[in-house]
Design a protein around this ligand. Structure first.
Ligand code: HH2
Length: 285
């Protein structure tokens, strides 16, 4: 089965060595979130001060993070926060980025701006995480092509529309992003797809995406899911962002079962433990 698959896959789609390494474990890779922002929806202001950001990065590493995803602008999954210019984003990153990179865990840069992503890649970040899937600023596609780094293409839309078929919408979005990537020369093996839980989706649509994640496996690319502390959890079990650990873990275990190979979370230790235990149970099945 494996041999037949690899014969069919052209060499241009061979996974990027970093992705190969991250995806080779028995459980999904865990990406720890570090928000160097005043206004992130769940932990805004907690890690804006450089010493707090570095301490949190060290904690994520100690807890078992395989990747640190650093962002300096809230991606505003729920609107209402202030857009930030590239200069301010870089000013937030500058005091901490190289120290965090020195911790030795791969760093991804969560930015939709090619200037900011380029700045972070120059400093030693090794993955680009674009919450607009290369569609907000086309220069992002040429940047990741030139740098040869893995890129996370996340589904997004400006407004949720309860009337649409969300799985069809995500598949169409991915197809457009993959077209942009191909035209810019980004190898398929450098791409990770992410359905963007909570972004431009109703709570019900986020639940649907998690339930039907396996449908997105047909793209043949690794899937990332980030359900951590998101609002759809409160639609099922009313809670503030800091009270959504149980719901986050439930969502991530279901996502892993549906084929997610990278899990993005604020709570690394608990997520690693949950994934390991679920996997050990499944091994006995
Ligand atoms: N979610 C957030 C931010 N970036 N990137 C990917 N690839 N997938 C996600 O689901 C995702 C993401 C939102 O979470 P957080 O970073 O905590 O919030 P904020 O954007 O408000 O800083």
């Amino acid at each position: 089965m494996m041999a037949a698959t690899s014969r069919l896959v052209p060499s241009a789609t061979a996974a990027h060595p970093l992705l190969q390494k991250l995806l080779s474990g028995p459980i999904p890779a865990v990406m720890g979130v570090l928000n160097v922002t005043p206004d992130s929806f769940s932990d805004g202001g907690n890690f804006l001060a450089p010493e707090h950001a570095l301490a949190q990065a060290k904690r994520l590493v100690a807890e078992g993070a395989d990747i640190i995803d650093i962002g300096a602008e809230s991606t505003r999954p729920y609107g209402g926060t202030r857009p930030v210019g590239a200069d301010e984003e870089m000013a937030r990153l500058r005091p901490v980025l190289s120290e965090i990179i020195k911790l030795g865990v791969p760093v991804s840069i969560d930015s939709m701006k090619p200037e900011v992503a380029g700045f972070a890649l120059d400093a030693g970040a090794v993955i680009a995480n674009d919450v607009w899937g290369l569609q907000r600023d086309r220069a992002m596609a040429s940047l990741v092509a030139q740098r040869g780094v893995p890129v996370i293409i996340m589904h997004n839309r400006d407004h949720a529309d309860p009337a649409i078929d969300i799985m069809q919408e995500i598949a169409g979005f991915f197809a457009r992003s993959l077209d942009i990537a191909a035209k810019a020369g980004v190898p398929l093996g450098h791409i990770v797809l992410d359905p963007g839980i909570g972004f431009g989706k109703t709570a019900e649509q986020s639940l649907i995406v998690l339930a039907r994640l396996d449908q997105l496996r047909r793209f043949g690319l690794p899937l990332l899911v980030g359900a951590s502390r998101k609002r759809f959890i409160a639609s099922v079990s009313p809670s503030e962002p800091g009270e959504r650990l149980g719901g986050s873990i439930a969502a991530h275990l279901i996502a892993a079962r549906g084929g997610a190979r990278i899990i993005r979370t604020h709570d690394v230790a608990e997520t690693v433990q949950a994934l390991k235990v679920a996997s050990a149970i499944e091994d006995q099945g």
